[in-house]
Design a protein around this ligand. Structure first.
Ligand SMILES: NC(=O)c1ccc[n+]([C@@H]2O[C@H](COP(=O)([O-])OP(=O)(O)OC[C@H]3O[C@@H](n4cnc5c(N)ncnc54)[C@H](O)[C@@H]3O)[C@@H](O)[C@H]2O)c1
Length: 309
């Protein structure tokens, strides 16, 4: 079977490209990215264990996928993704991310390709208690343009429900190491600061509040499950490895790096606040996610091990 990964040079896409030989059904993978994020290094030394080709394509062009034939699945990772920076770039992010999904939907509909769409648990925003996928519209409180766009994307797919097969996964904040790793999200950023002996800046209000995290290893498990089990339900599933407080993340870092410096700062973005996300819908469907964020912390810190000497 043939897989196409959009945004293949990004954090998640590059991890999937590197490990795709572990999904036996996939005999050939097409990788596409517009390289605007300059992560060419994601393409270095990809394992030859399965057939892969990379193409520079910008999904703002609605015809950018048209020449790819006999594709069975798309994992759609192409997106502008920095939630915190999305405040200053709302229009650009809106137009890019919606255009990307439009191009992918059009292609999937016309070629009968099954789609894995990635949303984010940040759609829940500031919530008091545990939240799940049945959460009423009025309780979806996206706290950034990035998260607002994710809800629009989810609704675009719902409207097309009769015309294509897809599953939307609301991923927790990703932890772990990939070739296209970024350091702007919580776990990775804290590990980077700790490794460099820099102050870790933590939003005052967020220290003891829960947020959902997803290890890259579990993200891959989600894709494998979806493809192996033909899990295209035209529905939305939360995907997370653990709900943790920022303080718990800091304690995981302290296990490997004793003396870290933490400074509490004013919150710029509300979704840094607490929400406990329920992952049981996916579990009931047959997929348990249990990777340890602590292992990702260790592996991320190890990237900078040479700094210790
Ligand atoms: N990383 C996380 O913590 C996280 C959490 C929840 C959901 N997600 C979602 O998962 C998906 C992938 O995230 P990621 O962390 O890998 O993002 P990323 O920013 O690391 O990678 C996105 C890639 O998409 C490419 N891209 C952007 N616009 C494009 C376009 N018009 N045409 C072609 N390529 C384009 C970029 O060049 C980049 O390489 C996104 O939809 C993101 O919102 C990520």
């Amino acid at each position: 079977m043939k897989l196409l990964i959009t945004g293949a040079c990004g954090h998640i896409g590059s991890f999937v490209a590197e490990h795709i030989h572990k999904i036996k059904e996939i005999k050939e993978t097409i990788l596409i990215d517009n390289l605007k994020s300059n992560r060419h290094s994601s393409l270095f030394n990809l394992r030859k264990k399965s057939k892969k080709r990379f193409y520079i394509r910008d999904l703002n062009n609605p015809k950018s996928l048209n020449d790819f034939k006999n594709v069975d699945f798309i994992i759609h990772c192409a997106s502008m993704t920095n939630a915190e920076k999305s405040f200053g770039k709302k229009n650009q992010m809106f137009s890019n991310n919606i255009n990307c999904l439009k191009t992918v939907i059009k292609y999937c509909k016309s070629k009968k390709v099954k789609l894995i769409h990635l949303s984010s648990t940040s759609v829940y925003g500031k919530q008091a208690d545990i939240v799940d996928e049945t959460c009423e519209k009025k309780y979806l409180k996206p706290q950034s343009p990035y998260a607002q766009i994710k809800i629009i994307e989810e609704n675009m797919l719902k409207k097309e429900s009769k015309k294509l097969k897809y599953t939307t996964f609301r991923f927790g904040t990703i932890s772990g190491v990939s070739k296209g790793i970024r350091f702007h999200t919580a776990v990775n950023k804290f590990c980077f600061n700790a490794a460099l002996n820099e102050k870790i800046l933590v939003y005052k209000t967020a220290l003891h509040q829960y947020r959902p995290y997803l290890s890259l290893k579990d993200a891959f498990k989600v894709f494998k499950f979806c493809i192996n089990k033909d899990f295209f339900k035209n529905d939305i599933y939360n995907a997370l490895s653990e709900n943790c407080t920022v303080n718990q993340i800091l304690n995981k870092i302290k296990k490997y790096k004793k003396n870290i410096k933490v400074a509490l700062v004013k919150a710029e973005i509300m979704n840094q606040l607490s929400y406990h996300v329920d992952g049981s819908k996916l579990k009931k469907s047959g997929l348990s996610l249990n990777a340890k964020i602590e292992k990702d912390v260790e592996e991320t810190l190890n990237l900078f091990d040479y700094l210790k000497s």
